[in-house]
Design a protein around this ligand. Structure first.
Ligand SMILES: *Cc1c(COP(=O)(O)O)cnc(C)c1O
Length: 371
């Protein structure tokens, strides 16, 4: 087999190994077979291990869909009647949670912070104090739109202090930045297979407290397809997803988990960090500026300012790099012209060196000044 290797510097789907790609090529199977249910059973347990969730307290529930399905499911399923959700919002992905609240007409507070900063804990506490009907606090672990890492452990502690549950969207950190749901005060977290796990898109999962899921049986059901309790119950009764699972993606994810445990949590975290440092080094060398202070960056996404050069054209540079095996990604900060370089996936600092050679070539080709 000879598949071209592309270095994806976008924030997921990420560069995968050939072994993960090949794991999808399996004999046709009906996913209602026992054999397939047993694969999913092990997969659900392994997902708990990644976030150090004790099996006695937490469970994982799989869904067929991209990562956004988890946001939808968590928000529409975990809010009791006559209660509010507090969304701690410092960017595009937290805003997505607000949109979900709006679509379901759920009582919510959009606690807006600057997209250039971490949310402020005293402001969050004030909101909790002033609104005793808040039952759910929601915040992204990593605002993928900017690259800011949010202080979820502290936000989770505040939620618990005021008797609310804490949901964190960990889609762009799970499997990359070590997470311990107990120590980090996370009741529910989530991700999809194509980011930190370096598998394929189509499989998403929520890891959360079993007793809260069971309690949510009595909350209003707001969706037919995207209800957490219903999917959980179906898994517990039958071992299967309620509706057709993404079969091949599941095989790929099982292989990716094997590779995750082989590489190891600490080593993998370090590799992503080394790639991140190589990105900053490369940018510094050519004199490009970044947007977010490094102390609050996740180490997974770097937001880069467009250079002040009239010849700069993101699309042209993108296409030049893309043709040579490197994918760069547009920014998501509406007020600033940025693009993003990310350290997800099975990539290495050498890949970043190779990327910057191509990037400089692109700048020279289109007559853009650089150091
Ligand atoms: C990628 C991502 C998602 C999910 O996006 P999809 O396009 O639906 O896969 C959700 N939240 C965060 C923080 C993400 O980075």
């Amino acid at each position: 087999m000879n598949i071209r290797r592309n270095v994806l510097l976008n924030p997921g789907p990420a560069t995968t190994t050939d072994t993960v790609k090949m794991a999808q090529i399996v004999p046709d199977i009906c996913p209602r077979e026992k054999e397939f249910a047993s694969l999913m059973k092990d997969l659900r347990k392994d997902l708990l291990k990644i976030v150090h969730a004790p099996e006695t307290e937490y469970t994982s529930v799989l869904f067929c869909g991209s990562g956004t399905i988890n946001i939808d499911v968590c928000i529409n399923s975990l809010l009791p009647n006559n209660k509010k959700i507090l969304v701690v919002n410092n960017g595009a992905y937290n805003s997505r949670a607000i949109e979900v609240c709006e679509m379901y007409h759920l009582p919510h507070i959009n606690l807006q912070f600057s997209v250039f900063e971490q949310p402020k804990l005293d402001v969050i506490e004030e909101a909790l104090e002033a609104n005793p009907d808040i039952a759910v606090v929601y915040c992204c672990h990593h605002e993928t739109g900017t690259g800011i890492l949010n202080p979820i452990r502290e936000i989770g502690a505040l939620a618990h202090k005021y008797n609310a549950i804490f949901i964190s969207d960990t889609t762009s950190t799970l499997g990359m930045i070590p997470l311990d749901v107990v120590e980090d005060n996370v009741d529910f977290c989530m991700a999809s297979a194509q980011k930190g796990l370096m598998a394929m898109s189509g499989l998403s999962f929520i890891i959360g407290k079993t007793d809260i899921i069971k309690a949510s049986k009595n909350y209003p059901t707001r969706s037919y397809y995207c209800n957490l309790y219903l999917q959980y119950e179906y898994f517990e009764k039958t071992g299967e997803m309620h509706f057709t699972p993404p079969v091949q993606t599941i095989y790929a994810t099982i292989q990716a988990l094997k590779e995750y445990f082989e590489e190891g949590e600490t080593a993998k975290f370090k590799r992503h960090n080394d790639v991140y440092k190589a990105i900053h080094d490369g940018l510094e060398e050519i004199g490009f500026k970044t947007v977010i202070p490094r102390e609050i960056e996740s180490g997974l996404v770097v937001s880069v300012m467009y250079p002040e050069d009239q010849n700069w054209d993101f699309n042209k540079i993108h296409d030049y790099c893309q043709e040579r095996g490197f994918t760069i990604y547009p920014g998501k900060i509406s007020a600033t012209n940025t693009f993003r370089l990310c350290s997800l996936g099975k990539i290495f600092p050498e890949d970043i060196k190779a990327f910057f050679n191509v990037f400089k070539e692109a700048l020279d080709t289109f007559g853009i000044n650089h150091k």
